[in-house]
Design a protein. Structure first.
Lengths: 114, 112
């Protein structure tokens, strides 16, 4: 089956720790995105990558970092600089060779600071 | 700033009745609008999109949406709601490089 796999489904982080969320896709999509979802606020864009070895900041990039070493993978690191990391994180990919096409989303990772 | 607004927090509807979820937009130029649905603790699923052309767009699971330029609206509709339609619905627009900006979401509750 083609799709996007996020892992882990649940993640707990202690204060001051960095944690990395995994996102893998086998859809052969060039573009990948990370969104953060908070209750009542919709989704907000953290980072995105349109091609391997290149990525851009989204609207709320502070305290996060990403890499795009392979087309299939776009991991997100939540650093200790992110002051309020508890949220639901969603990864998405798009076939950017088609104009205005829909995004495919993973099942999400719920991060909780303990 | 460009945005989409979903004015209602929750929509309650009886099973079998028509369902409408409202979205208005403030987007320059030709808006590229989307509707997504999210079930609890899951990712988003695409329902439909408006790019250009026919103002009535048909999508997945019996949903449709009407693009109204004069009212700057893109309301999601379903003629007869099912209990399984209970979910969180998001309106969104593409603001370049396929980046999506979302409304805050509408919780739909279909009452048996």
């Amino acid at each position: 089956d083609g799709g996007i796999t996020q892992s882990p489904k649940y993640l707990f982080r202690k204060e001051g720790q960095n944690v990395t969320l995994s996102c893998e896709q086998n859809l052969n999509h060039d573009a990948m995105y990370w969104y953060r979802q908070d209750p009542g606020q919709g989704l907000r864009l953290i980072y995105y990558s349109q091609i391997v070895n290149d990525f851009q900041k989204g609207d709320i990039a502070e305290g996060y970092s990403v890499s795009r070493e392979k087309k299939e993978s776009f991991p997100l690191t939540v650093t200790s600089a992110q002051k309020n990391p508890t949220a639901f994180y969603l990864c998405a990919s798009i076939n950017s060779r088609s104009m205005n096409t829909e995004a495919f989303f993973g099942q999400g990772t719920r991060l909780t600071v303990v | 700033a460009q945005s989409v607004a979903q004015p209602e927090d929750q929509v309650n509807v009886a099973e079998g009745n028509p369902l409408t979820v409202k979205c208005t937009y403030s987007v320059s130029g030709n808006p590229y609008l989307f509707w997504y649905v999210q079930y609890p603790n899951r990712g988003l699923q695409f329902l439909l999109k408006y790019i250009t052309g026919d103002n009535l767009v048909k999508g997945s699971y019996g949903f449709e949406a009407e693009f109204n330029k004069s009212q700057t609206s893109f309301h999601l509709k379903k003629p007869s709601a099912l209990v399984s339609d209970s979910a969180l619905y998001f309106c969104a627009f593409n603001y370049g490089n396929n980046r999506l900006a979302f409304g805050k979401g509408n919780q739909v509750v279909v009452i048996p």
